[in-house]
Design a protein around this ligand. Structure first.
Ligand code: ATP
Ligand code: ZN
Length: 285
């Protein structure tokens, strides 16, 4: 049976997370870094290590069947590939930034200005949509220094915390797109490969669901159970077990991590005690 080939970034911000995601899916590799390819020992998957910018093209050409790459790169390269799934890591945004001392009211600031970027296609679309006529200066790296050396009036670049902008005397004024790592695939796959991909997608969604949810246990007096059940937006309905102390019980449920922080004080007010929140390894819905 054919193996499915996945392209991931060789060295960079997405490399470690991509491999970690495969490992969390139970896919194991023999050791060895610096290689061009690596085959899994226990799953019909072969990994190709590539520069992230090359991944959309290689997937389009079917050198790789699928790949992990930032949405920003997929949108910029505009290849004939399919985005299958957002992977929840590699989060960032593509933003416009201008020198700190410049006053900014709205997008019209950019009219007639020169903007440096490594994302000319995305930026061009954005300006076009917003009716802005600006000159786009394409540079491949260190975009943030362009205004300081007089190459451009502003920049459009990837931002995650904004500290690089700050240290270059720039401030962020508009978000052009938000991005995260995505799984992409070529337009056509053989039946065999499609089957392997479905197995992989199933594993990815189980680990992703698990990462987004927590198992919650708490103790409560019996007369508080109804109210607590109403607060907990669980998978189905919570498990309720009697405690050794009369009149008390233990309540188990699954809760989204985001929701947990929102309901914690209401749970305590309703009478919940000894609240435990435990990570889930896999979650099959
Ligand atoms: P390569 O050598 O593979 O071309 P690169 O320098 O283009 O690497 P990285 O800086 O490793 O790429 O970024 C890879 C991807 O990580 C980006 O395309 C983006 O989707 C995502 N990313 C997340 N946070 C950031 C950030 N702060 N800066 C740049 N990219 C980020
Ligand atoms: Zn790159």
């Amino acid at each position: 049976m054919d193996k499915l080939k996945i392209a991931i970034q060789k060295k960079g911000r997405l490399s470690e997370h991509s491999l970690q995601m495969l490992e969390e899916c139970g896919i194991k590799f023999s050791n060895g870094t610096g290689k061009l390819k690596n085959e899994s020992k226990n799953f019909p998957l072969e990994v190709l290590f590539l520069r992230d910018d090359d991944i959309p093209y290689y997937v389009e050409r079917k050198v790789a069947d699928i790949g992990i790459v930032g949405e920003n790169v997929v949108l910029e390269h505009n290849r004939e590939i399919t985005i299958l799934e957002q992977l929840g890591f590699g989060g960032c945004r593509l933003s416009l930034a201008i020198p700190r001392e410049e006053k900014y009211n709205n997008l019209n600031w950019f009219s007639g200005k020169r903007i440096a970027t490594s994302y000319p296609n995305i930026l061009n679309d954005f300006f076009k949509k917003n009716g802005i006529n600006a000159d786009i200066e394409v540079i491949s790296g260190s975009v943030e220094i362009a205004p300081g050396i007089g190459l451009a009036d502003g920049i459009c670049d990837i931002v995650s915390t904004g500290s690089t902008l700050l240290s270059n005397g720039l401030h962020e004024v508009e978000t052009v797109i938000k991005s995260q790592a995505v799984l992409v695939s070529s337009k056509e796959l053989s039946d065999d490969k499609r089957q392997i991909l479905d197995r992989l997608l199933f594993r990815i969604s189980s680990t992703k669901n698990a990462a987004e949810n927590k198992y919650i246990l708490l103790n409560a007096p019996e007369d508080a159970v109804e109210e607590i059940c109403n607060i907990l937006p669980g998978m189905k309905s919570p498990t309720i077990l009697p405690l050794a102390i009369k009149g008390w019980c233990s309540l188990h449920s699954v809760i989204r991590e985001d929701d947990f922080w929102n309901v914690i004080s209401r749970l305590k007010k309703a009478g919940a005690e000894g609240i435990l929140v435990i990570p889930i390894e896999k979650m099959i819905l």
